[in-house]
Write a protein of this length. Structure first.
Length: 71
């Protein structure tokens, strides 16, 4: 689904079971990407921080961040 409102625009992708698997969006702070696993856990986020620098977080199956940049 592709949508937009006063908060920004986003593209949401669902799997065959109707569960959200990916969201790509942009708002006033910038673009962002989120990937979700089959269990509904957020596994990857890529976004621009308010100061303008990028941020990448990778999480394990429990939702614990296992790697991030910047550190």
């Amino acid at each position: 689904m592709l949508g937009a409102d006063e908060n920004g625009a986003r593209l949401t992708l669902w799997d065959e079971a109707g569960e959200v698997r990916a969201v790509l969006g942009a708002d006033k702070s910038g673009p962002a990407l989120a990937l979700v696993d089959k269990a509904g856990k957020l596994r990857l986020t890529l976004q621009r921080k308010p100061a303008g620098s990028p941020s990448l977080h990778l999480s394990d199956q429990d939702g614990t961040v296992i790697w991030r940049a910047p550190q």
